[in-house]
Design a binder for this molecule. Structure first.
Ligand code: SAM
Length: 261
C-alpha cells in the first residue's frame, strides 16, 4: 500500500475526487475503443482509470516521478504508455493521427501549454480540457468583451471552441481557490486558416493587445500607416478588442503583401 501522495503546488496538483464530475467529464470526452488518445497530467488517475477502461490503451504525459511510479504499478505498458517529462516540450505529433487530447491541466502553465498544443492542431481531432474558468472565458470571448484578448484571437484562429460546463472547487483535493470549466477545442481545417504568415499574425495580435487602452493607430504604428487603415476600411481610433479574428487576419495579410512588394 502506497503512502498518500502529497500534492505538489509547483506542478499545479489539484486532484479530482468527485465521482459524478469525473463521470461527466469522461462522458463529454466520449472515448471510443481503439482511438488514439493522450491525457496530459494523469496525476492519481481520476480520469485515467475510466479512460483506460473505455479505450483499452491510453497515452499519458506526466512530469511528477512519484506519480509516474504509481502509474507504473497500476498499469502494464499494454494499457498505458507513460511519457515521462514536461508536456510543454512534448512532441505530440509522435503519437499518431488523428489524436485526441484530454486533461485536467496544471493551471500554472495553462497558457503556454495551450500555445504549445496549438502547434499540433493539424494532427488533432479534438481536445477536451479542464482549466480555470477565468482562462476558459478568455479563450471563448467575443470581440468587445473585457475577456477578449490575445489568447482568444490566437486560439479562435486555430480552433472552434466551446465551454461545456463548470466544476466547483469542492470537486478536487486539495480544493483550488477558483472555479474550473471544461472546454472543447476542435481544430479548424487548414483551408479556413487564411493567414499567409502566422508569425506575423501573432506579432500583430500581441501588439494590438499590448496596451489595451490605446488605439490601433498607436499600438499598430509599426505595422500600419494611415493609408493602410483606409485600404483595410479600418477605423484607426478603435482599440484592438473591437477587431474580429478575420480583421486581424486581413491586417496580417495586408502587411505581408506590402512587405513582399
Ligand atoms: N488528472 C488528475 C486529476 O484530474 O485528478 C491530475 C490533475 S492535476 C490538476 C495536474 C497534473 O499535471 C498533475 O498530475 C501534475 O503532476 C501534472 N503536471 C504538472 N505540470 C506538468 C507538465 N509540465 N507536464 C506534464 N504534466 C504536468
Amino acid at each position: 500500500m502506497n503512502a498518500p501522495h502529497q500534492a505538489r503546488k509547483r506542478f499545479g496538483q489539484n486532484f479530482l475526487t468527485d465521482a459524478q464530475v469525473i463521470g461527466r467529464i469522461v462522458d463529454a470526452v466520449a472515448p471510443q475503443a481503439g482511438e488514439c488518445l493522450v491525457e496530459i497530467g494523469p496525476g492519481l488517475g481520476a480520469l485515467t482509470d475510466p479512460l483506460v477502461a473505455r479505450l483499452g490503451h491510453l497515452h499519458v504525459v506526466e512530469i511528477d516521478r512519484d506519480l509516474i511510479a504509481r502509474l507504473k504499478q497500476r498499469y502494464g505498458p499494454d494499457r498505458l504508455t507513460i511519457h515521462e517529462g514536461d508536456a510543454l516540450d512534448f512532441d505530440f505529433s509522435r503519437l499518431g493521427v488523428p489524436l485526441r487530447v484530454v486533461g485536467n491541466l496544471p493551471y500554472n502553465i495553462s497558457t503556454p501549454l495551450l500555445f504549445h498544443l496549438a502547434e499540433f492542431a493539424d494532427g488533432v481531432r479534438n481536445m477536451t480540457f479542464m482549466l480555470q474558468k477565468e482562462v476558459v472565458m478568455r479563450m471563448v470571448a467575443e470581440p468587445g468583451s473585457a475577456d477578449y484578448g490575445r489568447l482568444s484571437v490566437m486560439l479562435q484562429y486555430r480552433f472552434r471552441m466551446g465551454r461545456l460546463f463548470d466544476v466547483p472547487p469542492e470537486a478536487f483535493r486539495p480544493a483550488p481557490k477558483v472555479t474550473s470549466s471544461i472546454v472543447r477545442m476542435v481544430p479548424r481545417p487548414p483551408q479556413d486558416r487564411t493567414a499567409q504568415d502566422e508569425a506575423l499574425l501573432a506579432q500583430i495580435v500581441t501588439a494590438a493587445f499590448g496596451q489595451r487602452r490605446k488605439t490601433l493607430r498607436n499600438t499598430l504604428r509599426e505595422f500600419l500607416r494611415e493609408e493602410d487603415f483606409a485600404a483595410l476600411k479600418l477605423d484607426p481610433g478603435l482599440r484592438g478588442e473591437r477587431l474580429t479574428v478575420a480583421d486581424f487576419v486581413a491586417i496580417a495579410n495586408h502587411c505581408g503583401a506590402r512587405q513582399g512588394k
